[in-house]
Write a protein that binds this ligand. Structure first.
Ligand code: COA
Length: 170
C-alpha cells in the first residue's frame, strides 16, 4: 500500500526501515503515551520483530508514516471481532522531530477513511490517555467525537490513569 499525502506518505513497512524505526521509536515521550506492548527502550531486536510481523500481516493494517522515503512514525488499526467486527481501534505515533506540522492529523484522516472503505467498517475509535492533549486535538481535528471518560481504566508507568473514548462513525 502507498498513499501520497500533502505532508507525508503512508506506505507498507519494509525491512529496510529498521534503522529509522528504531531511531524514532526509542523515545520515552512516545512510549509514555502508548500501550506497554510498544517497547521502551526500543531496540533493534524489537524493530526486527515488529517489521517481521508487518511483513506477515494479512490483511495489512499497520503502516509506516514516511517523509522523503524515511519511516518516521507508524499508524495502524486493529480490526475487532464477533459482533464488533464493524469496528476497529486506531493508533499512531510520530518521531518527535516531526511533531507540530499536522502530519498525524492528515495521516489519521486518510487511514480512517481507508479502514472504513477497505473493511466495511461503521466505527473507528481511539483511547488516548486523558493527559494526552496533543492526541486528543489530533482526533478532534480529524473529525472524531469524544464519547466518554474511562476513569481509572489503565496503568502507565506505575500510575492509574483515565482514558478518553473517541470515535469516528460512518
Ligand atoms: C500525538 C502525536 C501523534 C501528534 O502528532 P503531530 O503530527 O504533532 O500532530 P499534529 O501536528 O497533526 O497536531 C497536533 C495538535 O496538538 C496540539 N498540541 C500539541 N501539544 C499540545 C498540548 N500539550 N496541549 C494542547 N494541544 C497540544 C498542537 O498545537 C496541534 O493542534 P493545532 O493544529 O490546533 O495547533 C505525536 O505527538 C506523538 O507521536 N505522540 C506520542 C505518541 C502518541 O501520543 N500517540 C497517540 C496515542 S493515542
Amino acid at each position: 500500500m502507498r498513499l501520497a499525502l500533502k505532508t507525508c506518505e503512508l506506505r507498507s513497512w519494509h525491512m529496510g526501515d529498521l534503522e529509522s524505526l528504531v531511531r524514532h521509536a526509542d523515545n520515552r515521550n512516545i512510549w509514555m503515551n502508548l500501550r506497554d506492548r510498544f517497547p521502551h527502550p526500543y531496540t533493534k531486536r524489537d524493530g526486527r520483530e515488529f517489521l517481521k510481523h508487518t511483513r506477515d500481516q494479512d490483511p495489512e493494517t499497520a503502516f509506516a508514516i514516511a517523509m522523503n522515503g524515511e519511516a518516521v512514525g507508524g499508524i495502524g488499526f486493529m480490526l475487532q471481532g464477533d459482533i464488533e467486527r464493524v469496528s476497529a481501534e486506531i493508533g499512531y505515533w510520530l518521531g518527535e522531530p516531526f511533531w507540530g506540522r499536522g502530519i498525524a492529523t492528515e495521516a489519521l484522516i486518510v487511514l480512517t477513511r481507508y479502514a472504513i472503505a477497505t473493511h466495511a467498517l461503521t466505527r473507528v475509535y481511539a483511547l488516548p490517555f486523558a493527559s494526552n492533549a496533543a492526541s486528543c486535538r489530533v482526533l478532534e481535528k480529524a473529525g472524531y467525537t469524544i464519547e466518554g471518560r474511562l476513569r481509572n481504566s489503565a496503568i502507565k508507568d506505575g500510575r492509574i490513569v483515565d482514558q478518553l473514548q473517541y470515535a469516528f462513525t460512518a
